[in-house]
Design a protein around this ligand. Sequence first.
Ligand code: ADP
Ligand code: MG
Length: 282
Amino acid sequence: MGQCCFRRTTSPKLHGKYTVKKSLYENADTQTHVVAVVDDAGKPCAIKIAPFDKAIQEYSFAKMLVHPCIARPREMFVRESTCLGDKRRLVGYIVQDLLAEDLLSFLNRRGKLPTHHVRVIASRIVSALQYMHTRKVVHRDVKLDNVMLAVPGDCASAKLIDFGLAEDVGAMQRGLRGTLTYMAPEMLAKWDTGVHIGPAVDMWALGILVYALALGTLPYVVHQRNGLSIIATFDFVKDSGWWTCDMHLKDFILRLLARDPKNRMSAAEASSHPFLQGPIEQ
Ligand SMILES: Nc1ncnc2c1ncn2[C@@H]1O[C@H](COP(=O)(O)OP(=O)(O)O)[C@@H](O)[C@H]1O
Ligand SMILES: [Mg+2]
C-alpha cells in the first residue's frame, strides 16, 4: 500500500463537509484507515476507510443494529480513489461518532482492571451480543481492540465496534477469519474444511476478553506454523492473579471458555450470571 493519502492530500475535506484532523489507525494488510475528522457543524467524528466490498458489508450490518452498546454509523459514502493503493478503485467511507479509546490501549495504559469495572464492560458487551444474536447476527471479531470507550476512562460508555467480519448465524466459514487468540476451538478445528458459524464463537471471544481485562494478559498464545497447523492448548494461565479473582468472575470466564460450544454460556445465560448481578460502583 502507498503512503497514507491523508498526509499528502491537497484538499482534506471529505464528502464536502469533513475536515481531516489526524490519522488514528492504519492497517496495510487489510487496507483500512481510520481518521479523525470534524464536520461542518464542528462535531468530531471518525471515518473508517476501506475497500468498497468490505465497507459496504460492514456498514449494512452496523446500520441495522440499534443498541446503546453498539457504535452506530452516521452515514457512508463512496468515492473512486487511489487512496488505498496505486490503482483507482471504489473505496467506502463509514462515518461514526469519534470515540475515546479502545480497550487494548486502555488496558495497556491502566493495567488490569478492578472487578467492578470488568463487570460494567462485560455486561455492556453481553447486552450487545444478546441483542445481535437474537437478530441472528454474529460479530466474529470480539476482542479488546473492537470495544471502545465513548467517554475517556468511563467503562460504562463501552461500545462494540467493527462489524467488518459480521455474518448471519449459520453462514459457512472457510479459511481463517478473525483473530487467532480469540478464535473458538470449533473454528480452529475446522477452519480448512469449513464450519457453520454460531453465536457461541462470540461468547468464547468474550471469555478471552474478560480474562484479559481481569488479569491484564491474554490467557494463552496460539501459534500458526507454515500458515497451516495451528497450535492452541487452551491451557490458560491460572496463576496467583487467577486464584485471587472474584469467584463469580472466575465462574463467568470458565463458562464462556467451555471448549464444547454446546456447553458454553449463551449471551442470554450470561446476562443472568451472578457475576453480572454484583455491585457496579465501588
Ligand atoms: N469511532 C471511532 N473513534 C475513534 N477511534 C476509532 C473509531 N473506530 C475505530 N477506531 C480506532 O481504529 C481501530 C481500528 O478500527 P476497526 O473498525 O476495528 O478497524 P479494523 O477492521 O481494521 O479492525 C480501533 O481499534 C480503534 O482504535
Ligand atoms: Mg478492529
